[in-house]
Write a protein that binds this ligand. Structure first.
Ligand SMILES: Cc1cc2nc3c(=O)[nH]c(=O)nc-3n(C[C@H](O)[C@H](O)[C@H](O)COP(=O)(O)OP(=O)(O)OC[C@H]3O[C@@H](n4cnc5c(N)ncnc54)[C@H](O)[C@@H]3O)c2cc1C
Length: 387
């Protein structure tokens, strides 16, 4: 896949138009006041974009992950950067687990509301005691009459403050009773009932507009109707939706990187030192040119991974590579933008310091760069599994 179709270009243009009213001043205020960009989220929902990759029969557009990455790149390639992307990210990729593994009744109950933006969701997988070793999570779902009682602690659950429901992974069979630790985990789409759920915001480095939280579940009652797929199959169900998420995060990192690069090049053309624009110096030009090439190469990898997924083909290596390359390219572009602006790169006024703080997330989540290297070493090169 080497170029976007006219329809995909039209998506990009429409999203650029959607983003226009949400300018630098809007996002700077959201960041300064740690205010969730609800009016932006509503505009995305009103444009029908939340359902871009959801089936038409439930109100979605029925398009693929390629179109979803075009959407997320365009959202992130704006002053909104990661704050804008994260305000809608989960509602675009998360419901895929419901689409693929939910019952028809569940799809009818939830998907139209997600598409309309009435049902905000979040994602509760990471735990303090397990980290990247997801099969070691300690959150337990115990059978209780017609449903389950869920207890445990999650960390980093983004948008839990706004969400009505959480896609929640919990252990239903103790790990020591199983031959394979990937069994015995179950996925729920649980209502965040404040009587049983405590949400505490984590103070963090950037993206202040979108909260991430410690979430404590104390005997949260969840009906069997809110379980996604079969008991014990949650980890495998989740794996299905990980590759699309890697593609989306890659697109977001690339969008932020392109935004930073545009600001850096504009500044390099305007700023005159030693009697000429700084952009005439190769020491300024070359790193920016390198950033451009890295971003475009990562974008091609992202489109390839997304196209493979949409074609129903294996794309684990490509999706992980896209996330790795996108995050590195996005990060380098933001770092180079700060360097290009010199002292002003450090001033909030020019916004590139905010882009740098926000793009950091793509190197850390949803999977670390190290673990991607482990995966590629094993799956692409045939080296022994190292983790
Ligand atoms: C802003 C933000 C938002 C997030 N939002 C969500 C969310 O909405 N929902 C959610 O569930 N999670 C979320 N996360 C969590 C994120 O997915 C995790 O932080 C990430 O998966 C890494 O897990 P960890 O932090 O526990 O790292 P750890 O597992 O503690 O790892 C720490 C470091 O050790 C390295 N490491 C560990 N083992 C190995 C090994 N064998 N070889 C090489 N290196 C290794 C890792 O690569 C990493 O660098 C978010 C995180 C952030 C920062």
């Amino acid at each position: 896949m080497f170029k976007l179709s006219p329809e995909q270009r039209a998506i990009e243009a429409a999203v650029e138009k959607l983003m226009a009213p949400f300018d630098e001043a809007y996002w700077r205020a959201c960041e300064a006041e740690a205010r969730f960009p609800e009016d932006f989220r509503r505009a995305v929902a009103a444009g029908g974009w939340l359902g871009i990759a959801l089936p038409q029969v439930f109100g979605g557009a029925g398009l693929g992950v390629v179109e979803a990455v075009v959407l997320m790149q365009a959202i992130a390639n704006s002053p909104g950067a990661m704050a804008a992307a994260s305000a809608v990210h989960m509602n675009i990729f998360g419901p895929q687990a419901i689409v693929k593994h939910g019952s028809n009744a569940q799809k009818q109950r939830w998907l139209p509301r997600i598409v309309a933006g009435d049902l905000i969701t979040c994602f509760g997988v990471t735990e303090p005691g397990a980290g990247l070793d997801t099969t070691r999570i300690a959150t337990r779902a115990q059978r209780d009459g017609a449903g389950y009682l869920i207890s445990g602690q999650k960390v980093w659950t983004s948008t839990a403050q706004e969400a009505e429901r959480v896609l929640l992974l919990a252990r239903t069979t103790p790990i020591d009773e199983l031959a394979d630790p990937a069994d015995g985990l179950t996925l729920f789409f649980a209502a965040l009932d404040p009587a049983h759920v405590e949400i505490r915001e984590i103070a963090k480095m950037g993206r202040q507009a979108v909260d991430s939280n410690v979430v404590i579940y104390d005997k949260l009652p969840v009906l069997q109707d809110d379980r996604i797929g079969a008991e014990g199959q949650g980890f495998r169900i989740l794996l299905d939706s990980l590759n699309p998420e890697r593609c989306l995060v890659a697109a977001e990192a690339i969008g932020i990187g392109r935004q930073a690069l545009a600001r850096a090049t504009a500044y390099a053309c305007e700023r005159e030192v030693f009697g000429r624009p700084i952009g005439r110096n190769q020491a300024i030009q070359h790193p920016l040119a390198q950033c451009h090439m890295a971003l475009e190469a990562a974008w091609l990898t992202t489109l390839q991974a997304a196209a493979l997924y949409d074609a129903g083909e294996a794309c684990g290596i490509e999706a992980n590579s896209a996330k790795y390359l996108g995050a590195e390219a996005g990060y380098s572009a933001c770092e180079q933008a700060v360097l290009t602006l010199g002292g002003m790169g450090y001033a909030k006024e020019f916004g590139v310091e905010r882009l740098l703080r926000e793009v950091w997330i793509t190197r850390l989540a949803p999977i670390s760069q190290q673990l991607i290297l482990c995966h590629v070493a094993e799956k692409a090169l045939g080296l022994p599994k190292s983790y």
